[in-house]
Design a binder for this molecule. Structure first.
Ligand SMILES: N=CN[C@@H](CCC(=O)O)C(=O)O
Ligand SMILES: [Zn+2]
Length: 404
């Protein structure tokens, strides 16, 4: 039975205790059988049966649960560096979208790409994410926006889940924006999402969640409510891109429909915070997106102090967040979101797992959970996020096997 010993600081990240309580154990060991954790505690208490030849040495470093990136748009065609250059010179994300760029330019490239091309590109990203300590990735569609191209993207995620050494959680995002061929008949596109896409996705079991971009410039509250209600009836759990650019009631809707999470939230209202806290909707902060769109970052402190559990993710996509560096998003959440490093760590482990309904399987180091961990070259979370640098993950395990 494999065992990881000589752990200087083990952040177990059990769920109870609130945002900042990571339940650490010093001088710890973790053992597992097959893909499941079987023992966690102080190394001095390790039962003798675990002293065998299958021993990994953490060299006195910190060990954390395999990180969970609970919001990405992993599979897409092309890139948009030209828009980045325009934004830093003063053009807004919305101006660029209104001029036909933004999401729609990636839709064009994604439709053009074959399933194999998308698969190959996305699997390259996953390899590099693994090197950062990430072991679970939520992946959205949303750059196909036709039945065929949405299914193509979701099939890529299905293949990645089967072939890649990473937990993959697929989300359908057909309501990302209105595609060009429906620009004069948005109602017809909404009907297509509800009557064709959602039933196909649900029947083929290609996604567990249905996300939507709720924004006046994308889908308004009434449209979002209709789509998410239909998705829920088909067995998909709602998620929302909410209150990113304007305060339009997205967080309140997330609470109303029982969403697993509401993400972005830079412009959330006080009523929205209260509604999410009451309904137990996880708030997902995406600091890379605020940074790259030159928007004010979300004040996560306000959410946590009012009882919302906050997760942290990259939002990796070719437009608003072209980086999958989750530790970078963590450091930004400390500096700009005003959370402490331990609060942030909880946000990329057990709370991130909650945002994708995987909290029973991943996100903490506890008996019965998937044996997913990362060895980090730091003595504790404070030092890790304070002395941010590349290559801090020394090794990672997923389902008890070396991932990186
Ligand atoms: N806000 C909507 N969707 C993405 C951006 C997608 C894109 O710009 O391509 C986001 O989460 O930021
Ligand atoms: Zn997103």
């Amino acid at each position: 039975m494999p065992v990881l010993t000589n752990i200087g600081f083990l952040a177990t990240c059990k769920e109870e205790g609130g945002q900042g309580e990571i339940h650490p154990i010093k001088n710890a060991a973790v053992a597992w059988e097959d893909d499941t954790i079987s023992w966690v505690g102080r190394e001095a208490d390790l039962p003798s049966q675990y002293y065998n030849e299958d021993v990994f040495d953490a060299d006195g470093k910190m060990v954390v649960p395999g990180l969970v990136d609970c919001h990405t748009h992993l599979a897409f065609g092309g890139w948009r560096p030209d828009e980045f250059a325009m934004r830093v010179q003063g053009k807004s994300y919305l101006d660029i979208a209104n001029a036909g760029g933004g999401i729609l330019s990636t839709v064009k490239e994604t439709r053009r790409a074959t399933e194999d091309e998308l698969y190959k590109k996305a699997s390259g990203f996953l390899k590099e994410m693994a090197e950062l300590g990430v072991t679970t990735v939520e992946c959205k569609s949303g750059y196909g926006l036709s039945v065929e191209d949405e299914l193509k993207t979701l099939r890529v995620y299905k293949r990645l889940a089967e072939d890649q050494p990473m937990h993959i959680v697929p989300t359908f995002l057909g309501a990302h924006t209105i595609p060009p061929e429906y620009k004069d008949d948005r109602q017809a596109y909404i009907d297509l999402v509800i009557e064709d896409m959602i039933p196909e996705v649900a029947e083929r079991e290609l996604a567990e969640f249905c996300d939507i971009f709720t924004e006046e410039s994308a889908f308004n509250i009434e449209e979002s409510r209709r789509i998410l209600t239909a998705a829920k009836a088909a067995g998909l759990t709602p998620k929302l891109h909410a209150d990113q650019l304007t305060s339009c009631g997205g967080a309140e809707l997330a609470a109303e429909v029982g969403a697993a999470s509401a993400d972005h939230l830079e412009k959330i209202s006080d009523e929205g915070i209260a509604a999410m806290a009451k309904a137990g909707v996880v708030g997902v902060t995406l600091p890379l997106a605020s940074l790259y769109t030159q928007e004010d970052p979300l004040n996560c402190r306000k959410l946590v102090d009012r009882g919302v559990e906050v997760a942290v993710a990259t939002d990796f996509n070719p437009g608003s967040a072209p980086s999958y560096d989750l530790p970078l998003a963590m450091m930004l959440t400390c500096n700009q979101g005003r959370l402490s490093p331990t609060e942030v760590l909880k946000g990329t482990t057990i709370y991130a797992a909650k945002a994708i309904k995987r909290e029973r399987k991943v996100g903490s180091i506890e008996k019965g959970k998937s044996a997913d961990f990362a060895i980090i070259d730091a003595p504790d979370p404070d030092f890790w996020m304070y002395h941010y640098k590349g290559a801090q993950c020394l090794r990672s395990f997923r389902k008890g096997r070396k991932l990186f």
